[in-house]
Design a binder for this molecule. Structure first.
Ligand code: ABU
Length: 450
């Protein structure tokens, strides 16, 4: 007989499990058909661009008092896919990530389904061990004998961690005394009476893909006792390549490194590690808040595996697992090949740009960022004075608008350090071929000819 409490029937679950399972099955089929199978098809559009007001009408965004039937939800799913940018398309070059890695995708499906939070071993036994194994391997590639680390949401967060760690090491009583108890700190050496504590170098800048000379910077840091942090969020993946790892020569001398496998190594947004050379539990000392509802010290297992207390987060996704799955599938050699291929394709594009009329490289690239201007026929005879640069400044945004409305490709543009708007082409995905590089240049020429 029905058990009623406050007018609510409590017998059995309220949801129809059979219908829910069928919905999951049908939605998975849709994802397979509309995303995975079309991921490498260049005849598909990269994006189906609509302005915000129009898209709001197309998507039925309203949330109502009563739920929608499953067939309607599947239609909504189809619309979401249709109007989303296909970042896995071979002609998506817009960001520092691209392409579809089948193995990390499966890992993402698994973690979404299992829904773990990697703060304690009791709820994430496998994923905590996976994170430990991945961090250990990344530390090996940096060239440290040992170290520590943590995956977290984004390279900027990794950089913030490193800054706090350096400050904690310099002022170990900061958690008790607060900021007002500190001298005025600065990040770079100066003779102002302030206390320098950190130098942050970059391996692979966002726009130009430039690498700082780490050995020379490490010499200065060692001389003055400064923490050296390397933001290798983008360029760190070059460590996987025996041919290209020289870009990061000296990285083993860093105190901390930010490295995002979701970029060049395609582990899926987001997969970002902060790696720390110090093995004296500095991460934990600096960040531990000792939440008594999670990190009880009298548990029945080894609580050193409750690594969540090293994090500024509480709930945390098992991001290392995606990278682990890809690494398992491809091996170190497969990852190395991925990096080598991306950089070989970048080199091909650079040589093609040099050959083509109307294309001008900003600089010789060090990595997979190819920065260039397209100079339309109407500007080719003009002297490179203020009027020329003013007119050239509108060329990249105009072509970008046209490519998005057509849906044929996506690449980024920006002004940078006094240079007017230029394109930044980023090559990453193994699904990209030489033909896509040729297409890119032909298409820009076609869209920008007037
Ligand atoms: N972390 C900066 C990445 C921005 C970009 O994809 O261009």
């Amino acid at each position: 007989s029905a058990v009623l409490v406050d007018g609510v029937v409590l017998n059995g679950p309220t949801t129809d499990a059979k219908a829910g399972e069928k919905f999951v099955e049908e939605a998975c089929r849709l994802i397979m058909e509309e995303v995975v199978l079309k991921a490498t098809d260049v005849s598909e559009k990269v994006c189906e661009w609509r302005p915000p007001e129009q898209l709001k009408q197309l998507l039925d965004l309203d949330m109502r008092n009563t739920g929608e039937p499953h067939h309607r939800l599947l239609e909504l799913c189809r619309d979401v896919i249709r109007y989303s940018v296909k970042t896995n398309h071979p002609r998506f070059f817009n960001q520092l990530y691209a392409g579809l890695d089948y193995y990390s995708l499966v890992a993402r499906f698994m973690t979404e389904a299992l829904n773990p939070s990697v703060y304690t071993y009791e709820v994430s036994p496998v994923f905590l061990l996976v994170e430990e194994a991945v961090l250990k391997k990344m530390i090996e590639f940096i060239g440290w004998k040992e170290g520590d680390g943590i995956f977290n949401p984004g390279g900027s967060v990794s950089n913030m961690y490193a800054m706090n760690l350096a400050r904690y090491k310099y002022c170990p009583d900061i958690k008790e005394k607060g900021l007002s108890g500190l001298p005025r700190l600065i990040l770079f050496t100066s003779a102002e009476g302030a206390a320098p504590f950190l130098v942050c170098a970059t391996s692979g800048t966002t726009v130009l893909g430039a690498f700082d000379p780490l050995d020379e910077i490490a010499d200065i840091c060692e001389r003055h006792g400064l923490w050296l942090h390397v933001d290798a969020s983008w360029g760190g993946s070059a460590l996987m390549s025996r041919k290209h790892r020289k870009l990061l020569r000296g990285i083993h001398r860093a105190d901390s490194v930010a490295w995002n496998p979701h970029k060049m190594l395609m582990a899926g947004i987001q997969c970002c590690a902060l790696l720390v050379k110090d093995k004296s539990d500095l991460l934990k000392k600096c960040y531990s808040a000792k939440a008594s509802y999670l990190f009880q010290q009298d548990k029945f297992y080894d609580v050193s595996y409750d690594t969540g207390d090293k994090s500024i987060q509480c709930s945390r996704r098992p991001d290392a697992f995606k990278f682990w799955m890809t690494w398992k599938a491809l091996g170190t050699l497969g990852l190395e090949e991925r990096v080598n291929r991306a950089l070989a394709l970048s080199r091909y594009l650079v040589e093609e740009i040099k050959k083509r009329e109307g294309f001008k490289l900003l600089l010789e690239p060090e990595y997979a960022n190819i920065c260039f201007w397209y100079i339309p026929p109407s500007l080719r005879e003009m002297e490179e004075g203020p009027e020329f640069w003013e007119k050239l400044n509108v060329v990249a945004p105009t072509i970008k608008e046209r490519m998005m409305k057509k849906g044929s490709l996506m690449l980024g543009y920006q002004p940078h350090r006094g240079k007017v708007n230029f394109f930044r082409q980023v090559v990453i995905s193994p699904q990209v071929s030489r033909e896509d590089m040729d297409f890119l240049l032909d298409e820009i020429d076609l869209l920008g000819r007037d």
